[in-house]
Design a protein around this ligand. Structure first.
Ligand code: ARG
Length: 587
């Protein structure tokens, strides 16, 4: 791994230490004015403030020491005491050479020996998926790829919503429609039929009707509540029926996520926490963490200094049913026992922030989270042109399949407009359109800071120009085609060299990936990767516009440029893979 920034920071820190100043002032970062400098260190200003000294005088002392290093071609002081640094081309070339041989050495290995449990997706059994689930899938999948690549052990869990009121709603709805089914007898009639009484399509019709009926009629809502409580208490017929609902939904959801290219290690659900709940409740009661409050069992989680009131976590309702917070708390016990994670990340709609605050506080207070650090990774919504969470034209929730079909259709149009893939076989063209459609959607989603809302704009997402998925896919395909032609011509590639400012800028961006990967991990921020790869592609474009590769007659120069192109591609490929975006072989 080559983290330029850590190497340079180490050198600058040593310079500060040698001047009897705190080494922490030696932080080096990429310059925000790449036209003036490659790197900068602003520590002299802070050091001067701490020592009540003149910043420029300190900067001069540090700069004098840095000038002794053979790494720098230029060390200059700007303004009140910023230190601007430029590396020698030889050092940049040296730093690139291990990458050219082993491109995977770009990953920073920050997760070595650490275990992550990643909770994302979170679709609900029988309820349709909505854009929140889509965003969770896209962001969560990117994080799972990133953390794995950075050396973490990762277990991802779809954590299906399968234990809440919607299950009771479905049970009581079906009971009204088909009262003769064996599941509704109060006695245990097991074994129950293997065949599910409902299909995925049935559930899609049943659930909205059940939910509407419960909204309109308090008696129906009461019946659904009762059925939920009885299901949770273990009523055999309800459990058997619930298993059918679960299986049928799970199969449908797995297909939908697979079509998006998203995978989970575990397809557990809220219900998997059920076996842990009785013990947990016993313990929390005994240790007086849980107390009765108006018939419900709660864990108060308010803390001194709270700016606004944080309501207690409710463990048991008056009817004995458990809630979302109960299963989330008990799921932590399960995860700690199974994986002993260092970190559990929950990639869920920002609107659930308070829920997770309550759960995390309860876990901390009661100690049931072990040494795991629990963290909520919220995100904003994908909105329609009306500024409200994205829906279909008819006002319903868009199904993932339909959304993907829409993206693919639009991509097809764009590809044809660009005159791409025109003579390819139809199935290859269709595969390209699918990759471009999904790539457009994922990139559009991931390139926003995750907490921002953004507007679904299919026309902009699928453009081949600008900061889009298709632009990056095309950039990669274009480099692939250069390398393929070079191979056909028998042109060899060699270690990348620097002869021009364009090459220098491209090389520096290549070398910035390790730090970008570490920053994306630390901030749990896929948009850092998007910014990185877009800048890399742009620098490659400029390089390619200014320099011949195939037409270069100087063999060594051509080989070095081919090496630079190959290394650029290797980095683009790695980043797009982390974003879950496929690169077609050709377009
Ligand atoms: N099923 C939930 C929903 O649809 C999301 C689950 C998120 N994960 C969790 N551990 N609570 O809102």
């Amino acid at each position: 791994m080559i983290s330029l920034l850590s190497d340079l920071t180490a050198i600058a820190s040593a310079a500060f230490a040698a001047e009897n100043l705190a080494p922490e002032f030696g932080v080096v970062q990429f310059s925000d004015r790449p036209d003036l400098a490659q790197f900068q260190c602003n520590g002299a200003l802070a050091a001067a403030k701490a020592a009540k000294a003149n910043p420029r005088a300190i900067a001069e002392k540090i700069a004098a020491r840095l000038k002794e290093s053979p790494l720098f071609s230029d060390v200059a002081i700007a303004g009140p005491g910023f230190i601007n640094l430029k590396l020698t081309d030889a050092h940049i070339e040296n730093a690139m050479s291990p990458l050219a041989y082993a491109p995977d050495s770009v990953f920073p290995d920050t997760g070595k020996g650490r275990q992550l449990v990643l909770d994302f997706g979170g679709p609900n059994v029988a309820k349709p998926m909505h854009v929140g689930h889509l965003r969770s899938a896209i962001i969560g999948d990117c994080l799972q790829r990133l953390y794995r690549a950075n050396g973490w052990k990762v277990v991802s869990d779809a954590h299906l919503g399968d234990w809440g009121l919607q299950m009771g709603q479905l049970i009581s709805e079906l009971e009204l429609r088909q009262p003769k089914l064996p599941y509704f007898e109060s006695v245990d009639l097991s074994p129950y039929p293997e065949q599910s009484p409902v299909t995925m399509e049935d559930l899609e019709i049943l659930y909205p009707q059940a939910s509407a009926a419960c909204k309109a009629d308090p008696a129906r809502l009461e019946a659904a509540r009762l059925a939920t409580a009885e299901l949770q208490a273990g009523r055999p017929g309800y459990r058997a029926l619930w298993r059918h609902f679960f299986k049928v939904s799970e199969a449908g959801l797995q297909r939908e996520y697979a079509s998006l290219g998203v995978n989970f290690d575990l397809w557990k659900g809220e219900s998997d926490a059920d076996p842990f709940i009785p013990d947990m409740i016993e313990r929390l009661k005994n240790d007086r963490f849980a107390v009765m409050d108006q018939g419900a069992l709660i864990v108060p989680v308010a803390e001194d200094g709270d700016a606004k009131e944080i309501p207690p976590l409710i463990l048991l309702k008056t009817d004995g049913a458990v809630l979302y917070g109960t299963t989330d708390l008990a799921t932590i016990i399960d995860r700690v026992r199974e994986y002993n994670p260092d970190l559990i990340l929950y990639v869920v709609d920002q609107r659930q922030h308070l829920h997770f605050e309550q759960v995390f506080r309860a876990a901390r207070k009661t100690g049931l989270g072990g040494h795991a650090h629990l963290e909520f990774i919220g995100f904003g919504t994908m909105n329609g042109a009306d500024g409200k969470p994205f829906k279909t034209r008819e006002g319903g929730v868009m199904k993932l399949f339909d959304l993907l079909a829409m993206m693919t259709g639009e991509a097809e149009k764009r590809i044809a407009e660009q005159g791409l893939a025109a003579e390819y076989p139809a199935d290859e063209r269709a595969a390209i359109a699918k990759a471009v459609g999904i790539g457009a959607l994922k990139f559009a989603d991931l390139s926003n800071p995750r907490l921002s809302n953004y507007v679904f704009d299919i026309e902009r997402f699928t453009r081949f120009e600008g900061k889009t998925g298709p632009y990056l896919q095309y950039a990669a395909v274009r480099i692939k085609s250069i390398l393929r032609r070079a191979h056909e011509e028998g042109f060899e590639a060699a270690a990348p060299r620097i002869h021009s400012e364009h090459e220098r800028q491209l090389a520096l961006q290549i070398l910035a990936l390790t730090d970008a990967l570490a920053a994306a991990e630390e901030k749990r921020a896929p948009n850092v990767l998007c910014d990185y790869v877009f800048e890399l592609s742009q620098r490659f474009s400029r390089f390619y516009a200014e320099h011949h590769i195939m037409r270069e007659t100087d063999v060594e120069l051509r080989a070095a440029r081919l090496g630079m192109a190959a290394l650029t591609l290797a980095m683009i490929e790695r980043v797009l893979r982390l974003l879950g975006i496929e690169i077609p072989e050709r377009m």
